[in-house]
Design a protein around this ligand. Structure first.
Ligand SMILES: *[C@@H]1O[C@H](CO)[C@@H](O)[C@H](O)[C@H]1NC(C)=O
Ligand SMILES: *[C@@H]1O[C@H](CO)[C@@H](O)[C@H](O)[C@H]1NC(C)=O
Ligand SMILES: *[C@@H]1O[C@H](CO)[C@@H](O)[C@H](O)[C@H]1NC(C)=O
Length: 396
């Protein structure tokens, strides 16, 4: 079987172009799906909820769901409530149209074209999913969602669906080489607990987030990244003169070692480059000795298009979503059990926070803004901003 990364990239580009036409249709299907999940969440009587499910599917179709719903905050409030979240002030909520404007009308997942290869080469009863991702990109969130909703049926057969641990059902907290550890360490390093795991049997689920919002978050909590930014953040450049621009290097301490990066924005670019090339660089992809399948998942999709995103990840490994219980969202903060992380937010707060358009220059000084755009446009060879449908903040 031939993998073609640039083919995948082209496909995504084409899809983006035609999204104006398909967008609303698909969006409504997604909304329908979320609605159904929400219903299921609340109703213990499955039969009753299935009845409602059919009704909802019908009312969510394009012919009956007029465009005013896309601008109706009550529709969003109902989606959140049906997912189990609390909504106190509807007026603060975004509309579905606003969300689609920022992130597109449906999830963007890179690497789905390699799922078949993964399923063909890894025995079903050995397959695993594990989170990876830079700090503050939703690695905990994706793990919670997968553990609550997805399992590998062959593993369930082997260990018993009721009695098995989530790990035995194929859902791991992180990839064995450490979730924040760069992809290149896969060969070199495994977290102590996971020494015995066959690293080729795990599909990394790599979360990513808009680099601008990610930098804002890193300014609040830098985790183990260190760089001088006492009075100004992200402080990408120490000399912004066009002719002799000097970046402000960042050092990150991983469990497995220390790495240096050109600047904070380059940490995002270079860290994701190592995973992206496993999906997008034809030469790397075709070298089966060193490449391995991964999925790259937008954190924003885990928030806004939760069920569809989780289902696609799950099915990639041949996993299934629990049929006998409703889809479970993470309504509470995904990080409340791990102290020391940055301010975490619940589902409603996340919908409000991530649907706000970026402030001018993302709130950064002009030098950081221009240097950030420059780096993202020129130093990221895969153009992840575009592929993932992220936008730069406005200049003013
Ligand atoms: C908005 O949606 C709610 C819930 O579906 C509906 O009751 C309400 O009439 C809608 N408002 C408008 C202006 O369409
Ligand atoms: C920045 O670079 C320019 C051009 O080389 C130089 O004239 C200037 O002194 C530098 N500024 C700082 C703060 O180093
Ligand atoms: C990273 O930078 C630190 C401090 O500048 C230096 O001591 C270290 O050798 C560098 N590490 C690598 C791998 O380049």
């Amino acid at each position: 079987m031939k993998w073609s990364g640039s083919e995948a990239a082209r496909k995504i580009t084409q899809t983006t172009t035609s999204r104006a036409i398909q967008g609303i249709t698909i969006f409504l299907v997604v909304v329908g799906t979320i609605t159904i999940a929400g219903d299921l969440y609340f109703l213990s009587n499955i039969r009753k909820s299935l009845k409602k499910h059919h009704t909802k599917t019908f009312v969510s179709t394009v012919s009956t769901h007029d465009s005013t719903s896309l601008h109706n905050r009550t529709v969003v409030a109902n989606l959140l409530r049906e997912a189990g979240a609390m909504v106190t002030d509807e007026s603060k909520l975004p509309t579905l149209a606003q969300i689609a404007d920022l992130y597109g009308p449906r999830p963007v997942i890179l690497g789905l074209e390699h799922c078949e290869h993964f399923r063909n080469t890894v025995p079903a009863s050995e397959r695993m999913l594990g989170a990876a991702g830079m700090f503050s990109t939703g690695t905990n969130l994706v793990t919670h969602l997968l553990k609550r909703n997805c399992y590998i049926p062959e593993r369930a057969e082997k260990y018993g669906l009721e009695t098995a641990t989530k790990e035995q059902l194929g859902m791991r907290w992180q990839v064995p080489w450490g979730k924040h550890t760069p992809a290149d360490y896969k060969i070199k390093h495994a977290t102590e607990k996971a020494q015995l795991i066959n690293k080729d049997y795990i599909l990394p689920c790599v979360t990513i987030r808009s680099p601008w919002r990610w930098m804002q978050s890193m300014c609040k909590n830098p985790y183990t990244a260190r760089w001088p930014h006492a009075s100004i953040c992200p402080h990408l450049v120490v000399n912004s003169s066009q002719l002799s621009r000097q970046w402000n290097p960042v050092t990150v301490k991983y469990g497995a070692g220390i790495e240096n990066y050109t600047s904070l924005v380059h940490l995002w670019i270079e860290w994701y480059d190592q995973y992206a090339r496993l999906v997008l660089d034809d030469e790397v992809v075709e070298n089966h000795a060193t490449s391995y399948p991964v999925l790259i998942i937008r954190m924003e999709d885990l928030i806004f298009y939760t069920q569809e995103t989780v289902t696609q990840i799950c099915q990639c490994t041949g996993g299934v979503i629990y049929a006998e219980k409703p889809f479970e969202y993470v309504v509470e903060s995904a990080k409340k059990d791990s102290p020391g992380h940055d301010t975490s937010v619940g589902l409603t707060e996340a919908w409000i926070k991530y649907s706000k358009p970026l402030q001018p220059r993302a709130g950064f000084v002009q030098e950081d803004y221009l240097a950030g755009i420059d780096a993202l446009n020129h130093d990221d060879r895969f153009g992840l901003m575009k592929l993932l449908q992220y936008h730069h903040p406005p200049s003013n």
